[in-house]
Write a protein that binds this ligand. Structure first.
Ligand code: ZN
Ligand code: ZN
Length: 384
């Protein structure tokens, strides 16, 4: 290596690799070959997410920097802050996919700020631009971009030319130059403040809640993710979405999120800007606004739960008092445990008996008697 530039403040791994290659007059592909003998081992996947300890060790020895510095450029470094466990493959909470297909990118998971790139002494990609909660550049108070302004392709760095960070890998256009610039962007100050607060929580590792409570940042982001997922997912979320639109004096248009989008991390920037704006309203004067909104939209505790039926405890605790009151749907685990208990005590484990024992709806077999169904759930003190 002729020169060994160090990663810059909050620089993303691929960006640093591109600068390392560029400063040594080789392409990213040639650098990949130098590192592990086969460039695809480095460039064939989302290296920012999936880099392993062996490659980090090799890079550290080549670039003569400590492994921890390289670790900080990866998305794994958010482990314990943004999510509890990092997942190098598959869906990952808050980390946007770049959808690698050979050397091409199909996903719009790499964002950037044109002004940051234009004003950087050495243009580089920031690590936090890969996060779904990043919508604005707080330095320039502008929306980020998630595609090339010239060819609208997902943002990627050229692997076969010694181009500086900031050049589109597809059309080789300059990402900092927009052929159709928007001179005055409609920026919502509440959303900016909300994103700023989220960054503070992410950086500090903890979040303050009312009544002097403090929780780990990843638990806070788990709750925020539940709300975003519900708002984008239709169903009960659509009721909440419409209520929040009406509150803002806007027309409650049909849900602007694509059906079956799979995950909020797959959403494009304008859709996530909408989610950020909605959650800014919910989290203002927490939990009063959210309590009123959930109650008015008739959204219950189980509606925020994930696929396993879990609701982050702090969210359930803060919203429980005001959530729309309707019978709590017992989980499969609770039903199995109740059936086992009944069997071990020589009682019938029929569906009806289990439901009755759990304090849920008691369904009578006789059709004529259904009008007298007893709603035991409403008497239960642990209703969500
Ligand atoms: Zn910027
Ligand atoms: Zn392009």
């Amino acid at each position: 290596m002729l020169t060994r530039p160090k990663p810059l403040n909050d620089e993303l791994l691929i960006s640093w690799l591109a600068r390392l290659a560029n400063s040594n007059h080789v392409t990213l592909r040639e650098l990949g070959r130098l590192l592990v003998g086969h460039a695809q081992k480095v460039l064939g996947s989302d290296v920012d997410r999936s880099i392993g300890p062996a490659l980090i060790q090799r890079l550290a020895s080549i670039a003569r920097i400590d492994e921890h510095t390289i670790q900080r450029t990866t998305l794994r470094s958010y482990e314990g802050f943004l999510f509890e466990r990092h997942s190098p493959v598959g869906q990952s909470r808050w980390t946007m996919p770049i959808g690698k297909y050979g050397n091409r990118r199909l996903g719009f998971g790499q964002q950037y700020c044109p002004r940051c790139l234009a004003t950087d002494r050495k243009p580089y990609l920031r690590r936090h631009w890969r996060l779904a909660l990043s919508v604005f550049c707080l330095c320039h108070r502008r929306y980020l971009r998630d595609s090339c302004p010239h060819c609208q392709s997902p943002v990627a760095l050229p692997v076969d030319s010694q181009a500086a960070v900031g050049e589109c890998a597809i059309c080789h256009g300059d990402l900092t130059k927009d052929p159709k610039p928007i001179h005055r962007e409609n920026i919502d100050d509440a959303s900016l403040d909300h994103q700023q607060r989220l960054y503070c929580i992410l950086e500090s590792g903890w979040a303050n809640l009312p009544r002097g409570r403090v929780i780990y940042a990843h638990l806070y982001f788990e709750g925020l993710h539940s709300i975003w997922r519900m708002l984008a997912g239709g169903g009960y979320g659509e009721r909440l979405y419409k209520y929040l639109c009406q509150e803002r004096g806007e027309l409650a248009l049909p849900l602007p999120f694509p059906k079956n989008c799979g995950a909020i991390e797959m959403l494009r920037l304008p859709e996530r800007a909408n989610l950020l704006s909605l959650s800014a309203g919910l989290f203002r004067d927490w939990p009063k606004n959210a309590q009123a909104a959930f109650k008015a939209a008739k959204v219950g505790c189980t509606d925020i739960a994930d696929r396993r039926g879990r609701t982050p405890f702090w969210l359930a605790e803060d919203l429980r008092q005001s959530l729309y009151s309707r019978p709590y749907w017992k989980s499969q685990g609770e039903r199995i445990a109740a059936a086992q208990y009944l069997r071990s005590h020589g009682q019938s484990d029929s569906r009806n008996n289990v439901a009755r024992w759990l304090g849920a709806w008691h369904v009578l077999k006789n059709k004529d008697q259904r009008s007298t169904v007893v709603e035991l759930a409403r008497r239960s003190p642990d209703l969500g």
